[in-house]
Design a protein around this ligand. Structure first.
Ligand code: HEM
Length: 391
């Protein structure tokens, strides 16, 4: 992100964090967009997303879509996250974690950059869940795709904060406009390739109810471009934020021993990790994940995201707010935290549809890594600087 944009976003965040909650109205600005105080943003009737969401390159996918399209699509997509489906998703996650654990094993004792490993691994999982493409298929294409995904956010920031870039007919004449369109074209190519690959796998099996995947939920109900956009949205939303969240969870190493003790009670040695009841019983794990999402919300910077940061650091709700303290989420303490003061997955009807999927994925990852490895950081905690982003 350019330092200019970073400053604009950070100023808005700081203003919101510092504002007096008793004042009736606060407005901070990002380019020409006002960011207005929490109670207005969380209005349940407000289903429309700000215009700059259109610059994500997701077309009419669920994240940026206008309310009329969103209402129909959200209903069609919800069954993908049903309790029954979650069991299949957990099985995929566990399979990927087995080979992820194996890959890490080869690196024991050496410093390892987990960023790209985790990013590709979460991409493997969402692709398998959504399209049944085998986990370790097309690894080179996947690596290229994660590099393209990294460009979406800076592209959005740059386009969203410069009014000269708003109109497509004008935008394409700028050098940046051409680079932006090229990135989106390459992302679209990847999705087309995935759709073609899925067709090959499913040629004969698509009519079997047990083989019905994400695309099947949409087929014959929306047009081809809509299916393309929804798959792209699911893939983008379904792997990057989870990867970022996971890195933060693993970075809070002070709790490793306590977490390990709990985890091996339920998941000793190579016990399968797709047992949802047992995962639910890991209460300290749940507290650690929740606390990490409070302190470092991965979706930080969308209009809602900025308020997430401010809300999660309100000292009235979270005493000593900068401290990582999973005990805030112990049963007796958690009941005192107001619902709207904890919004890593957003709030209201446009909140995260993949919330349960993400929580299970984060837990399965953490269990596998903590039960198999002891982590040490090559960098002290305080040396990590936060990145303010529009998405
Ligand atoms: C830790 C991981 C995750 C976090 C923190 C997160 C957070 C969020 C937030 C804050 C929103 C609202 C965004 C806004 O209003 O601008 C959102 C929306 C969304 N998320 Fe997630 N998310 C995560 C994982 C996932 C996963 C795993 C999926 C899919 C498998 C997913 C799919 C979506 C979709 C499709 C939307 C748009 C929902 C709508 O408008 O109806 N997310 N997410």
């Amino acid at each position: 992100m350019s330092s200019g944009i970073k400053t604009v976003v950070e100023n808005a965040v700081n203003k919101i964090v510092a504002h007096n909650p008793d004042e009736s109205l606060l407005v901070a600005w990002i380019s020409i967009y006002p960011v207005i105080r929490l109670f207005i943003l969380l209005d349940k009737k407000n289903l429309k997303k700000p215009h700059f969401y259109k610059f994500m390159g997701l077309g009419d996918g669920l994240i940026p879509s206008d309310p009329e399209i969103w209402k129909v699509r959200r209903k069609l997509i919800e069954p993908f996250f049903s309790t029954k489906k979650m069991k299949d998703h957990a099985e995929n996650m566990y399979q990927e974690m087995e080979s992820f654990g194996q890959r890490l094993h080869d690196e024991v004792g050496k410093p390892i950059d987990l960023v790209h490993q985790i990013h590709t691994s979460t991409l493997n999982i969402i692709l398998k869940s959504a399209t049944s493409i085998p986990l370790d298929d097309s690894m080179e294409d996947k690596k290229k795709f994660t590099k393209l995904v990294d460009k979406i956010e800076p592209n959005l920031c740059r386009r969203g904060t410069n009014p000269f870039y708003y109109f497509d007919w004008l935008f394409k004449f700028f050098e940046f406009g051409r680079a932006y369109n090229k990135t989106n074209d390459m992302i679209a190519e990847f999705i087309n390739h995935i759709l073609a690959q899925r067709m090959e796998i499913f040629e004969n099996a698509l009519n079997e109810p047990e083989n019905q995947d994400f695309i099947h939920l949409l087929e014959d109900k929306i047009d081809e471009q809509g299916i393309h956009n929804e798959l792209l949205t699911l893939i983008i939303a379904g792997h990057e934020s989870t990867a970022v969240a996971l890195r933060w969870i693993l970075f809070n190493l002070d709790v490793q021993k306590k977490l390990y003790k709990e985890i091996i009670q339920f998941f000793p040695d190579d016990a399968p990790l797709d047992d949802m009841d047992k995962i639910k019983q890991c209460s300290y794990l749940d507290q650690c994940v929740k606390e990490s999402l409070r302190l470092n919300p991965p979706v930080y910077g969308s209009v809602v995201g900025i308020v997430v940061e401010a809300t999660h650091h309100d000292p009235k709700v979270y005493p000593n707010p900068k401290k990582y303290d999973p005990d805030r989420w112990s049963p007796e303490n958690a009941s005192k935290i107001p619902k709207a003061a904890y919004i890593p997955f957003g709030y209201g009807p446009r909140s995260c549809i993949g919330y349960r999927y993400a929580m299970i994925e984060l837990k399965i990852y953490t269990i596998q890594i903590i039960r198999k490895f002891s982590l040490r950081s090559t960098r002290p905690h305080g040396s990590i600087s936060l990145k303010a982003e529009l998405l």
